[in-house]
Design a protein around this ligand. Sequence first.
Ligand code: NAG
Ligand code: NAG
Length: 225
Amino acid sequence: MSSTHLRPISAALPLLLLLLISAVASPLLSSAQAPAATPWPPQFHAALFMNNSKGTLQLVDLWYDLPNGRNLNAIRDQLSPSVLHDVEWDNGTSYYYTLGDGGSCQTMHFPVGILRPDWLDGASYLGRSRVDGFLCDGWAKVDFIRYYEDVATKRPVFWAFFNGMTAHVMTFEVGAVLEDAGWQAPAYCFGKKEGADGPKLAAASGVSRGYPMAGLGALGRSMSS
Ligand SMILES: *[C@@H]1O[C@H](CO)[C@@H](O)[C@H](O)[C@H]1NC(C)=O
Ligand SMILES: *[C@@H]1O[C@H](CO)[C@@H](O)[C@H](O)[C@H]1NC(C)=O
């Protein structure tokens, strides 16, 4: 072998070194970057224990169903005989209703659809902390929400809206889907003028569309308007 054969190799050496260094360094670099929140699964059921910050405690069944373009919060105030249903369709229509004797319904329209799985994209990383007894990564969306997920399982654990409302995630069932009948608004939701009471009914339980759960009342609405 003559030295001319070696030359291309030695010329390539710095380049190889560079590749090697960057291959070693890149995991280090990316681990120094803030982690992103885990996107929501397209379908899940979660039972939430909420405190609406005005002193009312609530049990909320959240059914998120992206493929079918719908999101439901069934909200029971502590010891209340009735459950407020907040059914949000991706076309912008929301039904707020109670069932049974004295059941009522309000329909509202919003310019936004339901939350997307990556709705936490762009949130700022808050680091790791222990929340509800779980080691969590946390994120904040400015002036809106702090959100924590379990480091080990990536499940959401807790979130707090900036209006003081808090949610503790008690169960999180990935892939659970509520049967169609559970989404059907009662007959008295249809065939009448949209009530001006809609916001009242919704605000009574702090419901607002487009934000995770029931909750943010005026906050969510002010964000989307
Ligand atoms: C609910 O929130 C209010 C206001 O932050 C607080 O005073 C109260 O202790 C909370 N209740 C529970 C059970 O955590
Ligand atoms: C949106 O979809 C729901 C459920 O199918 C329906 O009841 C409602 O009328 C629709 N709204 C509009 C504006 O089409």
